[in-house]
Design a protein around this ligand. Structure first.
Ligand code: PMT
Length: 223
């Protein structure tokens, strides 16, 4: 709507999984559908923001005309494209499920099943959120945390280590939260506050997250 403080702002969002190639036909990936990131993109665009959505492989297509989509495959490509837009972003939200490791060498031909076991050496991928967190100037940065244990402590650690303004915790233990489905249950954590939300559709969760961002931004302005 016209009155949203997001109107005219540039919101950069990562979404979906990354695929890390093993050979020409195989990859290492994960179960992210992109739904959470696309819901954030639509909700931000509806509030008048210019959205840049950097997405890994998904079946989703943006609807709102204010969403510019950049499709990538691997974590390295996601870092490259996201970095290009970081300077112009007012808000950066990292909702992608980025593969932490990628095969060291990509086989140029399809790997044959000759042996009883096969070892693939993996090397660490760049951390997009941490890399951009280190370059933060004016941006408000929001990360996600997907945890199976010590959820809050791990989320708080990511908030600090990645230089974030806010982290959205969703749990892999919770039914109806996290990967794939149409619902999510989140806890929003900042340095000073912590808010629990009920289980809701990802569209509603996206609005809750944007409301929380808008509140923080307006508080910063009046302080
Ligand atoms: O796509 P859906 O099916 O709708 O599912 C949504 C979701 C569960 C994928 C989403 O809500 C979510 O939690 N995304 C983050 C998943 C994740 O990888 O969390 P993490 O705790 O491993 O990473 C922490 C943060 O660092 C995330 O913001 C992540 O985007 C970012 N990160 C992580 C690793 C990396 N190499 N680069 C990153 O930018």
């Amino acid at each position: 709507t016209e009155s949203s403080s997001l109107a005219g702002k540039t919101v950069l969002i990562t979404a979906g999984p990354t695929y890390e190639a093993i050979d020409p036909v195989r990859f290492i990936g994960n179960h992210s559908s992109g739904k959470m990131g696309f819901a954030l993109a639509e909700a931000a665009a509806e509030r008048g923001a210019n959205v840049i959505l950097v997405s890994g492989p998904t079946n989703l297509h943006p609807v709102h005309e204010n969403i510019k989509i950049e499709r990538i495959t691997s974590a390295r490509e996601m870092l490259e494209v996201t970095s290009k837009y970081f300077d112009e972003a007012n808000i950066f939200i990292a909702s992608a499920a980025v593969a932490d490791y990628a095969p060291k060498d990509v086989a140029s031909e399809k790997i044959k099943k000759n042996d009883d076991s096969l070892t693939i050496e993996l090397v660490k991928n760049p951390d997009i959120l941490k890399t951009l967190g280190e370059q933060k100037s004016h941006q408000f940065i929001v990360g996600f945390a997907l945890e199976t244990q010590n959820e809050e402590a791990n989320a708080r650690q990511k908030l600090t280590k990645k230089n974030l303004d806010m982290i959205v915790l969703n749990s892999l233990r919770e039914e109806g939260a996290g990967f794939g489905g149409d619902t999510n249950r989140i806890k929003i954590i900042t340095k000073t506050e912590e808010t629990d939300f009920p289980i809701r559709t990802k569209n509603e969760v996206a609005k809750d997250i944007l409301d929380a961002i808008e509140t923080r931004l307006s508080n910063n302005q009046t302080n």
